[in-house]
Design a protein around this ligand. Sequence first.
Ligand code: ARG
Length: 476
Amino acid sequence: MAQLWGGRFTKETDALVYRFNQSIGFDRRFFEQDVRGSMAHVRMLAKQEILTEEEKEQILAGLSDILRDVADGSCVITEEYEDIHSFVEAELTRRIGEAGKKLHTGRSRNDQVALDMRLYLRDEIDETAELLQSLLVTVERIMEENKRTYLPGFTHLQKAQPVTLAHHMGAYFEMFRRDQMRLFSIRERMNECPLGSGALAGTTYPLDRAYTASLLGFDAPCANSMDGVSDRDYVIETLDAMAIMMMHLSRLSEEIIIWNSHEYRFIELDDTYSTGSSIMPQKKNPDIAELIRGKTGRVYGALMSMLTMMKALPLAYDKDMQEDKELTFDALDTVKGCLHLMEGMLRTSRWNTERMEKSALGGFANATDAADYLVRKGVPFRDAHSVIGRLVLTCIRKNCSLDELPLADWKAECPAFEKDIYDAISLPSCVNRRLTTGAPGAMEEEIFRSRRYLRQAEEKLAEIQHEKEQAGASVF
Ligand code: ARG
């Protein structure tokens, strides 16, 4: 048992207590962030003449060596330590002696862990935003390629009005765009540095908190030291954004599952993204889409756990907050995996455009357009609605679609119908007449805006990357 705080104690910790309290099994995940934070802290301490230049150089060299040795496997993070912070400090002191013991000057594990979690989450948010970008690019490509691929739009899972695949996928583009923007805005809000908050009340050393913050790529230090060590709202916001993302992914998954069914066959998943059955030789199952749909519950669970764990915690630090890690890590892994797989599944799928078009022609998806035809001839919409309703009944009786109904039947219901009704209810007319902003006839404009968004997001991602590299260069 290696503990940082043995001085006050006269007995060894009970073995079960030690294991229950220990976090190294999971906080080792942010080993790299922990070392990065320590390097920035030490640079600041030396700048403020709290440590000598020599001590600083010794500590930085020691920390670099540990980073390298852990990366190449020659130094192993073992469960013999309470947490990752204890491991780094003990390993440093073992390597460089006295100077290592000065690393923790003006710092507490409370502000240290708050920093590590922020640094880690910020990196994860950036990675997730990149994955969303790839997904958006793929969705946008499907939109471009399917401006004239007709399919029924559904409400209540009943055929409603004809749309295009570009339009349908455009809806997902918007959802994933907002998911990405949500991440950008969370990142901005959380980009304040808790280091220097100490245990809760700052320190008596003349720390330059703004300097540490800038070394680590933060916009500023957290304004209040108690808040700095206490709050985890950025974790909750991130999980909230992840939960919403999973909700979007699960809706798309559900549609893929339905569309991939034998009854629909709108889409065919690639062999590389499907699985078979151990007993039924004919099966090709959409397991990946089902798993994405299924894993959504897990991410919702993480959000609810975090909200519940944080509820009513008195200020400032409480050990309950150690529970923020495992479920957050699991949620992040889950979401990143799902984004990755959804992108690949969409990119490799084959769209069965003929089946979609055939389906759009059946089921009276163009009934509203037939009513609109009469409105253009001066018939009030309510009357037109009931005329078409009766014509739909005729079609059901004759087992045909509106397109196949002879003109005589149309005229029998209302003399205003002419030969051009067939053109008015054709799929291209139904779509092309819907020109209001955001409608399937206005896809050129929507695709133009989507492309512009993608370019802006690409720039934003590059800028974030650049800032991080600069900050990295000033610390390592
Ligand atoms: N493992 C702890 C956590 O995750 C680190 C902070 C410990 N601080 C303390 N006062 N015991 O929250």
